[in-house]
Design a protein around this ligand. Structure first.
Ligand code: FAD
Ligand code: FES
Length: 357
C-alpha cells in the first residue's frame, strides 16, 4: 500500500523561467523511510479542483550529501500539476510525498572504477544530476562524460550547478551542451561562446559524434539516458550501433505527449475489481480509465505517475477487453500474460474484470 507523508517545503528556487526547484525537510524519524538511490523519484499527491492527482518527480539531490530532498519541476504546456507547482508552491507549504521508488539508479560505490556516459534532455536532467553529483563525490577513480540538450541557453536547468561541478571536478567530468532552438540570435551565441554549445538535438548523429569524441576511460562503462521518448529511442539506437550491450544502458522516461488514438470505448461498462482483498462492482463512466473510475468511487487503487510509466497501477485482466492509451512500462510478456496498466486502460467490452495483486 502506498503511504504518503506530509513534508514541509523549505525552499523554492526559480531555476529557469519555466521551472522551479523545491526542497523538502525530512524529519529525523523519516530519514530511513526517505532514503533513496541516485536516479530514483518521489510521487507527490495534490487535490486540485476537487480531484486527487499524483505525479512523479525525480530527485535531483544526492543521497550521499547532507542536503534536503530536492525536485526540479518544469512547466508542461497545459499541464495540470507542473503549472500548479510552479504557480503555487511556497516555502512553508506542506505536500504529501510518497518515498522514493524506481529502477533507474546508479549503484555508486567508492571502489568503482567506471566510465559513466550521461545523456539528458530538458527536465530529464533531474535524475542525471543526482547520479552525476553522487558519482563525482563518491567514486574518485571514475570518469563522467555528459551530453545535455536543451532548446535554448535560457532553458538550461541547473546551469550554475553544472558549471560549479565542472570547476570542482574538471579532471574527471566533461560536459557538452547542445541547443536545438537558441532563443534570440544564434549567431551571437555562436560567435562569443563557440566552444560552449553545439547546435542541434540529442539525436543519433550527435550521440555518435559525442561517443567518438570521448572514448572510454575505464572499460567498465554504464550509460544513463533521461529525456523525451524520441530522445531516449535515438540515443539507445546510436549506442546499439556501436555495440553497447543493452544491459549497460539505463533509461528513464517521464511520459510525455501522448497522441491518444481515437477508440470507441464502451460507455458505462461494468467493472468487477479485486482490490486489497475486497470485491468491487461498479461502472466505468465514458472517457474514464479503470483507475479513475475506482478513485472517483473513493476506492484506493495503487498508482503513482498516472502516465503509463511506473507500472504501480498494474493489474491482471481476468475478463473482457481494454485499450491502453500508453504503455511505457509493461513488456510484451507481461501484456501477453494479461497484465494491464489500469491508469491507461479504457473498456472495450461491456464487462471488465480485473485483479490487483
Ligand atoms: C518517473 C518519473 C519521473 C519524473 N520526473 C520529473 C522531473 O524530475 N521533473 C519534471 O518536470 N517532470 C518529471 N516527470 C513528469 C511529471 O511526472 C509530469 O508528468 C509532468 O510534470 C506533467 O504533468 P502535468 O500534470 O503538468 O501534465 P498533464 O496535465 O498530466 O498533461 C498535460 C498534457 O501534457 C502532456 N505531457 C505530460 N507530461 C509531459 C512531459 N513530461 N513532456 C511533454 N508533455 C507532457 C500530456 O500528454 C498532456 O497532453 C516525471 C515523470 C515520471 C514518470
Ligand atoms: S500509475 Fe504509473 S503506470 Fe499507471
Amino acid at each position: 500500500m502506498s503511504t504518503f507523508y506530509n513534508l514541509k517545503v523549505i525552499d523554492v528556487v526559480q531555476e529557469t523561467s519555466e521551472s522551479v526547484v523545491i526542497a523538502f525537510d525530512v524529519p529525523y524519524e523519516l530519514y530511513e523511510t526517505f532514503d533513496y538511490k541516485p536516479g530514483q523519484y518521489v510521487t507527490l499527491k495534490f487535490n486540485i479542483n476537487g480531484e486527487e492527482v499524483r505525479r512523479s518527480y525525480s530527485l535531483c539531490s544526492s543521497p550521499v550529501l547532507e542536503e534536503p530532498l530536492r525536485i526540479g519541476v518544469k512547466r508542461v504546456k497545459d499541464g495540470l500539476v507542473s503549472n500548479y507547482i510552479n504557480d503555487n508552491i511556497r516555502p512553508g507549504d506542506f505536500i504529501e510525498v510518497m518515498p522514493a521508488d524506481g529502477r533507474f539508479y546508479a549503484d555508486v560505490k567508492k571502489s568503482n572504477y567506471k566510465t559513466y556516459y550521461l545523456f539528458a534532455a530538458g527536465s530529464g536532467i533531474t535524475p542525471i544530476l543526482s547520479i552525476l553529483r553522487t558519482v563525482l563525490v563518491t567514486e574518485e577513480r571514475s570518469y563522467v562524460y555528459m551530453f545535455y540538450g536543451n532548446k535554448s541557453e535560457e532553458t538550461i536547468m541547473f546551469k550554475k550547478e553544472l558549471d560549479t561541478l565542472l570547476q570542482d571536478y574538471g579532471d574527471r567530468f566533461i560536459l557538452e551542451h547542445t541547443l536545438s532552438r537558441p532563443k534570440a540570435k544564434w549567431s551571437d551565441l555562436w560567435n562569443t561562446k563557440q566552444e560552449e554549445y553545439r547546435k542541434g538535438r540529442v539525436d543519433e548523429k550527435s550521440i555518435t559524434w559525442f561517443i567518438n569524441e570521448y572514448p572510454l576511460y575505464a572499460q567498465n562503462a554504464e550509460y544513463y539516458i533521461c529525456g523525451p521518448g524520441a530522445m531516449i529511442a535515438n540515443t539507445e539506437k546510436a549506442l546499439q550501433q556501436i555495440d553497447v550491450p543493452s544491459s549497460r544502458i539505463y533509461k528513464e522516461s517521464f511520459g510525455g505527449k501522448v497522441v491518444q488514438q481515437e477508440v470507441a470505448a464502451i460507455a458505462n461498462a461494468a467493472l468487477n475489481a479485486r482490490l486489497n482483498g475486497k470485491s468491487i462492482t461498479t461502472t466505468i463512466p465514458q472517457g474514464k480509465t479503470i483507475l479513475r473510475a475506482l478513485i472517483d468511487q473513493k476506492y484506493n487503487p495503487p498508482y503513482s505517475c498516472e502516465g503509463g510509466v511506473c507500472s504501480t497501477c498494474k493489474c491482471k485482466l481476468k475478463e473482457g477487453k481494454v485499450h491502453m492509451h500508453n504503455n511505457l512500462s509493461l513488456d510484451e510478456e507481461e501484456v501477453a500474460a494479461g497484465y494491464i496498466l489500469s491508469c491507461q486502460s479504457v473498456p472495450m467490452s461491456d464487462k471488465v474484470t480485473i485483479e490487483y495483486s
